[in-house]
Write a protein of this length. Structure first.
Length: 363
């Protein structure tokens, strides 16, 4: 019973969060894995590792008590990537393997776990992964992805709505567990600008934020936008942003620096068509910043907790809600509600207890 439980997170693009000198792109899924892994590693009852991609680092590094293992190179062909990943998983020799984001790699990790008698956990990253209206049923990789989820030892999803969809569309039982952050109740907010943070992926619809900035020339806007993997329109987006006098376009800010921008935000704007549970909502909430969302509203939280406004895909309503959030008293009220909500529901010190309980039950 004194043996450490060995948990391995498999998330190739997480390395830039462990090593901020690496400037490559990462997303909310990587942030979630990084925070969960490093928080779990604080408990001596667990031995935590994370398999990542090749960023020209050492084969294995110990960072924040997590063994960070170089496992694959995106420049190699698919067969070589699979062989390298499998080799790394075997070398780690964990009891439990966890991964996020839909890909053929999910099936590969699942297959490894079944053949090696290990436990396999999947954590959803976005509703688009399994929402049937986005699904491509003729895709072999998609079939294998769903096949793996149906046979996982545990599936975590980010909100109650996603849990219901998984059950209704695929008969997959899952545990709803929202993303979590390290949170302080101290509020250092000093509003200066309208903020957007994310990758340039099309589903994030950064173009909508540019349109908003054009509509409101008297306001200051800041857009922190990393280039999404495979985005061949990024330079065009930057060029369009440079033509907007009241908008500053910032290609990248490290995760450890991002809170300083949220603390100076009058509001945080989300323009996505679809997400699971945005980490940026938590980052806004913990800095007492109200949220203006074009469409994303997981579990109706913006309304239920009165911490932001959602336009439900209506552009004119979106503009009207922007004006409402500029009223100081209303803005502060929603921001403080957001802080209270995040402290109660997204504190990683509480969330990690759920993970630990599941891990212990699986072992």
């Amino acid at each position: 019973m004194n043996k450490k439980i060995k948990v391995c997170f498999v998330m190739p693009k997480t390395y830039p969060l462990f090593n901020t000198e690496t400037t490559s792109v990462f997303g909310g899924a990587e942030v979630d894995v990084y925070l969960t892994a490093t928080e779990l590693a604080k408990d001596e009852a667990f031995k935590v590792s994370c398999v990542v991609a090749d960023y020209e680092q050492k084969e294995t590094e110990l960072r924040e008590n997590v063994s960070v293992v170089k496992g694959l190179n995106f420049n190699h062909n698919q067969l070589k990537i699979a062989i390298s990943l499998w080799k790394s998983l075997k070398e780690v020799n964990a009891d439990i393997y966890i991964t996020k984001t839909a890909s053929l790699g999910v099936f590969l990790i699942y297959l490894f776990c079944r053949l090696q008698n290990k436990k396999f956990i999947y954590r959803t990253a976005s509703q688009r992964e399994f929402d049937s209206k986005y699904n491509r049923w003729n895709s072999l990789s998609n079939f294998l992805f769903i096949y793996s989820l149906k046979r996982a030892d545990t599936v975590f999803c980010q909100n109650k709505t996603d849990r219901k969809l998984l059950k209704k569309d695929y008969n997959i039982n899952s545990i709803s567990l929202a993303n979590a952050h390290r949170i302080s109740s101290e509020n250092k907010r000093s509003p200066e600008f309208i903020l957007w943070v994310g990758r340039s992926a099309r589903v994030k619809r950064p173009d909508r934020f540019l349109s908003l900035a054009r509509k409101k020339p008297e306001e200051k806007f800041i857009m922190i936008c990393q280039k999404a993997t495979g985005d061949n329109q990024y330079d065009k987006l930057k060029d369009e942003a440079s033509k907007i006098n009241n908008l500053d376009f910032i290609p990248r800010v490290t995760f450890k620096e991002i809170d300083s921008y949220f603390q100076k935000a009058l509001m945080f704007v989300n323009t996505s068509d679809s997400e699971g549970f945005p980490n940026t909502f938590i980052q806004a909430g913990k800095c007492a910043v109200p949220i203006l969302s074009y469409k994303v509203n997981p579990d109706n939280l913006l309304n239920e907790y009165n911490c932001g406004l959602c336009a439900d895909g209506d552009w004119n309503l979106f503009l009207d809600q922007f004006n409402k959030l500029q009223v100081d008293d209303f803005n502060s009220k929603l921001g403080n509600n957001g802080l209270e909500y995040v402290l109660k529901n997204h504190n990683i010190e509480n969330t990690i207890k759920t993970y630990k309980n599941i891990f212990r039950k699986l072992i």
